[in-house]
Design a binder for this molecule. Structure first.
Ligand SMILES: [Mn+2]
Length: 275
């Protein structure tokens, strides 16, 4: 249990049917209402989606898969609901900036497949780049430095070799610091950098980018130099415990070609892209 296993080496994923994507649920001991709302969503996904992708920051913090051996109550519930989901539809999980230590061991435990940090997803109608989104916040130089450090395999192995109790208290300390400083773990302040998004799309020769992380759900057209139409879709975050109005939602890439961005308490945004 001392090293995080790498996700699947291929970053290409092809899925058919109605594909649902959610992100930034931030499950943890302090968000029981968010968890309940999200578990209702999972029930709906099991009925209406052909596959579900959870695109990072599924957990508010993740200190290692050994937490699942004797899970606290909130995690036991989450495991139960994820397992039920993966019995009915394929479930994919991606790491975010809060749960970047998620590994295939835990993913397998809940019947899911761990995705790499950037996925080239093709569906019946869409070809897109999917990523959590924090690496696109390139204007936040301090965060990118922090990100490089905590993603270094050696640092991760050292951290995971610490006793679970220590790791939990480190995570608690980071959370307190972030509340004070409003940075690193509370990155919703910084939005993605548009040129970084364009660059990523051009690198993969795709015209549609989907990410979460910024808590700014929207459909955007991106300006680029070579006249192609680039689109960026931001998946909503979930917050039912500490925010009024509450937030939540998901992105549906439907098999009929229609893209729907569902936002709780706000109108659904719809978009049809030309192939
Ligand atoms: Mn995030």
């Amino acid at each position: 249990m001392s090293s995080s296993k790498a996700p699947a080496s291929s970053n290409k994923l092809h899925l058919q049917g109605n594909i649902w994507l959610a992100a930034d649920i931030h499950l943890g001991p302090h968000s029981p209402k968010t968890a309940q709302a999200f578990y209702r969503f999972l029930t709906q996904a099991r009925q209406d989606a052909d596959a579900l992708l959870l695109c990072g920051d599924i957990f508010h913090a993740w200190v290692g898969s050994d937490l699942a051996l004797e899970p606290p109550n909130w995690l036991a519930q989450a495991i139960h609901h994820f397992r039920q989901t993966s019995q009915d539809i394929p479930l994919y999980v991606m790491r975010g900036n809060r749960d970047f230590l998620l590994d295939q061991r835990f993913a397998s435990y809940i019947g899911a497949q761990l995705l790499p940090d950037q996925v080239l997803l093709s569906t019946d109608h869409h070809q897109l780049v999917l990523t959590h989104g924090d690496e696109l916040c390139t204007d936040d130089v301090n965060y990118q430095r922090f990100r490089r450090r905590v993603r270094a395999p050696l640092i991760q192995s050292l951290f995971l070799a610490l006793p679970l109790k220590w790791r939990l208290s480190v995570a608690g300390g980071l959370r307190q610091r972030s509340r004070k400083q409003q940075q690193y773990i509370e990155p919703s302040i910084t939005d993605v950098n548009e040129s970084s998004c364009v660059q990523l799309l051009e690198q993969h020769q795709r015209t549609l980018l989907v990410h979460g992380h910024t808590h700014r759900p929207a459909l955007h057209r991106l300006a680029n130099t070579n006249k192609s139409n680039l689109t960026r879709i931001v998946i909503p975050d979930w917050e039912y415990d500490h925010s009024q109005p509450t937030r939540g939602g998901w992105l549906a890439l439907n098999k009929n070609g229609l893209i729907e961005l569902h936002r709780h308490h706000q109108p659904t945004l719809r978009l049809r892209l030309k192939n």
